[in-house]
Write a protein that binds this ligand. Structure first.
Ligand code: SAH
Ligand code: DHB
Ligand code: MG
Length: 224
């Protein structure tokens, strides 16, 4: 019952605040047709990412976990014509579907998909002295979340906004089961933030068409 109501209110929010968008609809259809899991951000969450990127005045965005590029499109649309979004994806099939969706969205020139394990790509970016990003969206394999946060911090400047998706997971974050590596990954993020003076953060619980979950917003207030 509650879940149905959350989904209905999500639909109401989308109907009023998310403008009809054939490109985003086609992206979701293409993802489903290609057999991708439906774990992309919801339309209202995508809109939130887009607004946050605009509030940041972001010209450089890093995304960890592309899937079919649904969140990528929302984020990239916040960029100026000379902006850049780097998105990291392990699965070649996902990357291929995303590339096609991004082409349909007319965003190929702004977005680069880096194929491979994100940890390796992040190390390489750091080693090659990649300039800091204005916004970083962490949304890949959950067990690695605290490691991704540490990597994100190395690719940040004071003022960078780091967003970590899926950190409530039906409330499992406070549940008794410590064996699920995805929940453990989320807990490690909270513990890291608790002890990290260079980041000032909060977490937002969400309900909606994807159930009960949440995300962290962390503002970089200093760098090493
Ligand atoms: N951000 C997307 C959803 C991402 S789903 C959206 O909201 O539209 C998580 C993605 O992370 C999947 O495509 C998965 O293949 C990818 N992934 C999983 N492990 C990874 C790794 N080690 N490195 C890079 N990507 C990974
Ligand atoms: C999963 C991953 C996500 O990024 C998400 O938003 C929801 C679920 C998952 O792997 O189950
Ligand atoms: Mg997610």
């Amino acid at each position: 019952m509650a879940e149905e109501l959350w989904a209905a209110v999500d639909q109401y929010i989308d109907d009023h605040l998310v403008r009809p968008d054939p490109v985003l609809d086609e992206t979701r259809h293409a993802n489903a047709a290609a057999g991708l899991p439906t774990i992309d951000v919801t339309p209202s969450q995508g809109k939130l990412l887009h607004l946050l990127a605009r509030m940041q005045g972001a010209t450089r965005i890093l995304e960890i976990g592309t899937l079919g590029g649904y969140s990528t499109i929302w984020l990239a649309r916040a960029l100026p014509p000379d902006g850049k979004l780097l998105t990291l994806e392990l699965d070649p099939h996902h990357a291929e579907v995303a590339a096609s969706n991004l082409a349909r969205a007319g965003l190929t020139s702004l977005v680069e998909i880096k194929l491979g394990p994100a940890l390796e790509t992040l190390s390489a970016l750091h080693a090659q002295g990649e300039s800091p990003f204005d916004l970083i969206f962490i949304d890949a394999d959950k067990p690695n979340n605290s490691t991704y946060l540490a990597c994100a911090l190395r690719l940040s400047r004071a003022g960078t906004l780091i967003i970590v998706d899926n950190i409530v997971r039906d409330g499992e974050i406070v549940g008794p089961d410590h064996s699920d590596p995805r929940v453990d990954g989320a807990r490690k993020v909270f513990e890291m933030l608790q002890a990290e003076p260079r980041l000032d953060a909060t977490a937002v619980q969400t309900v909606g068409s994807k159930g009960y979950d949440g995300f962290i917003l962390a503002l970089v207030i200093g760098v090493a």
